[in-house]
Design a protein around this ligand. Structure first.
Ligand code: TXA
Ligand code: MG
Length: 325
């Protein structure tokens, strides 16, 4: 077998979890499931381990990473949480929400994890497997999505193995990720909360609890996130948005019950038009349609409400010009 296959371990096996935690505690790099996407994890307090994340992903620059914590108390030890931040943490954690707060003076998180910023992105994942791993590790774990920089985020262990191959010490297989898009990121370090990245927690739910969010899309002075490059999450195949007329050499990424014919291949994000189901299917279907025999992917329109905002954000990034094609 010429192809190296990284070790895949069952995330429900307690010995595998203990092994993964030990790898993390000794500077290792492991992929693990969360409710959103698979993460590429390293000890957030160990700059050398975190450097391996950037290297494995082939990230062009040091974008700040999210530090994952076992529970809210662990996160409160790393960042400065005022009453507003505590209220949001209590309401939405564990879950697909990342809070950017100012760094606590005695935080152990490495500067490289935060790319030198004086703010930290913290989240307590909804996935029970992920929280068990974090508890066993006993430290915050830095984890971006477990894929090469610029390619599609992984929602299965197989996606991770295909994208990162031998760059990781272990892949914990916890099955497909139920949410399927990355966490919603909001910045609480300023006067008013700002939406940095739409994601798995719908904006409407957040605004019901936090009031209106500043949004760089409509407010040029709102804070932005260093990681929000225009082109990202990209398949190799060219992606066409708001398409309802696929051609014979295109694949169709459909949404809803009315699906136009004529495409070379069709997958439906949600035949019933359910945005949660669509989010969960998004990256796996983009992976599956990204075939060499396909000229491009035509994506049908998806409504901008609820999780649709995160789906459309990822589709727009995947369609953005990349300069080399
Ligand atoms: O669902 C998720 O959030 C996944 C899973 C694995 O948990 N993780 C993930 O991490 O998507 P990553 O590193 O790909 O995304 C981190 C995002 C980037 O857009 C980054 O720029 C932003 O959070 N970010 C991190 N720290 C920040 C900071 N201090 N200020 C502003 N933005 C920050
Ligand atoms: Mg990513």
């Amino acid at each position: 077998d010429a192809v190296h296959r990284p070790e895949l371990a069952d995330a429900t096996d307690p010995r595998a979890l203990a092994h993964a935690a030990e790898l993390l505690r000794t500077g290792g790099l492991i992929a693990f499931p969360t409710e959103t996407v698979y993460g590429l994890g390293a000890d957030a307090t160990d700059a050398r381990a975190v450097a391996r994340i950037y290297e494995a992903k082939g990230r062009p620059s040091f974008n700040p990473l999210i530090s994952h914590c076992a529970d809210a108390e662990a996160a409160f030890a790393e960042g400065r949480f005022d009453a507003r931040a505590r209220a949001l943490a209590t309401r939405f954690w564990p879950g697909p929400l990342t809070l950017v707060v100012r760094r606590a003076p005695d935080s152990r998180i490495a500067d490289l994890t935060a790319a030198g910023l004086d703010t930290l992105a913290l989240r307590v994942p909804g996935s029970e497997t992920a929280r068990r791993l974090l508890t066993l590790t006993g430290r915050p774990v830095a984890a971006p999505s477990a894929n090469r920089s610029g390619s599609i985020s992984p929602t299965t262990a197989r996606h991770v193995a295909d994208s990162l191959g031998n760059a990781v010490d272990l892949i914990l297989d916890g099955g497909p990720c139920p949410v399927g898009v990355e966490s919603t990121v909001i910045d609480l370090s300023g006067d008013r909360p700002a939406l940095l990245r739409p994601g798995g927690l719908p904006r409407e739910e957040l605004e019901a609890a936090a009031g209106p969010l500043r949004d760089p899309a409509s407010d040029p002075d709102a804070p932005t996130s260093p990681g929000q490059l225009a082109s990202h999450y990209a398949p190799n195949a060219r992606l066409r948005l708001n398409a309802t007329d696929p051609s014979a050499d295109e694949a169709l990424l459909a949404f809803g019950p009315e699906v136009p014919g004529g495409a070379k291949a069709t997958l439906n994000l949600s035949p019933t038009g359910d945005l949660r189901e669509a989010a969960a299917n998004l990256f796996a279907q983009l992976h599956a349609l990204d075939r060499p025999d396909i000229r491009g992917i035509a994506a049908m329109p998806v409504p901008e409400t609820g999780l649709g905002a995160a789906i459309n954000d990822r589709l727009r990034r995947a369609a953005a010009p990349r300069g080399y094609d």
